[in-house]
Design a protein around this ligand. Structure first.
Ligand SMILES: Nc1ncnc2c1ncn2[C@@H]1O[C@H](COP(=O)(O)OP(=O)(O)OP(=O)(O)O)[C@@H](O)[C@H]1O
Ligand SMILES: [Mg+2]
Length: 248
């Protein structure tokens, strides 16, 4: 089976404390691959290792057969590994449309065609429009980003990430702090942008996790407790005992 990520004995320690402990996993291409686990299980640290924000203490990381362990975050981003950060990515004083345009320009700048500068602008316009529609913010395109609701800001953040059309998306708790309506809209959004991509998701809302995930991996104290389909995870006794018991 082809995979996007493979880790081999991936370990990260923080001054003696092991946050990610000897994780060896293959994450198959495509679908929504969700990581769940109790607070402090190492989910965010695992993401930080995959995106290159943190170097591992031990172990290796492969992206589509290529060893990327030594690559910096920006080099991984160039390979198409995109992760959403917090709202700090958004320029509050600019409009929603201008924010998306900047992200689209940053991508097309890399592929600028000096002989057809007009076609480059067309591409930027096209990408900007497509992303605004995708994230459901077309009608809000002229609003200042700082005036958006929390949920809309998080959607804009996802928009900035998908402006580069990355094949691999890492979303760490994209629903945090959202109202039920915003949650519903954002789940829709994630489902709409998932075809043709692999989405790696960290999420606590177990109903959302069960409905949206292709596979679920359970992390506990830095180690993998189980991986499987939502039905397999729901039926897994060890997972029930350690984590899901009180949730489902
Ligand atoms: N930079 C750091 N320095 C020291 N300890 C850290 C650091 N980052 C994370 N940790 C510790 O590593 C463990 C795992 O943290 P991590 O943020 O990866 O957990 P998590 O599964 O994302 O939790 P949550 O569900 O609360 O977001 C925690 O005990 C945390 O305190
Ligand atoms: Mg976390």
């Amino acid at each position: 089976m082809s995979y996007v990520f493979k880790t081999d004995g991936l370990t990260r320690r923080f001054s003696g404390f092991t946050a990610v402990n000897n994780v060896s996993i293959e994450i198959p291409e495509g679908g929504v691959r969700t990581i769940i686990g109790p607070n402090g299980a190492g989910k965010t640290t695992f993401f930080n290792l995959l995106s290159g924000l943190l170097p591992p203490s031990e172990g290796r990381i492969f992206f589509r057969d290529r060893d990327i362990t030594a690559l910096h975050a920006y080099q991984r981003a160039r390979l198409g590994i995109a992760r959403s950060f917090q709202i700090t990515n958004i320029f509050g004083h600019l409009t929603v449309g201008e924010n998306v345009r900047l992200a689209a320009q940053a991508v097309h700048d890399g592929k600028a065609n000096f002989f057809f500068p007009g076609s480059r602008m067309d591409q930027v316009n096209e990408t900007t429009e497509r992303v605004l529609h995708d994230v459901g913010l077309w009608d809000a395109r002229d609003a200042r980003a700082e005036n958006l609701s929390h949920g809309d800001q998080r959607r804009l953040e996802i928009g900035l990430v998908i402006a580069s059309d990355p094949p691999m998306l890492l979303l760490d708790e994209p629903l945090a702090g959202m109202s039920p309506t915003e949650t519903h809209e954002t789940v829709d959004l994630i489902q709409r942008i998932s075809p043709g991509r692999t989405i790696l998701l960290v999420e606590h809302d177990i109903d959302v996790v069960m409905s949206i995930s292709t596979t679920i991996t359970v992390l506990q104290t830095g180690q993998i407790l189980a991986t499987g389909t939502p039905a397999e995870i729901r039926g897994n006794e060890a997972v029930q005992r350690a984590y899901l018991g009180e949730l489902v």
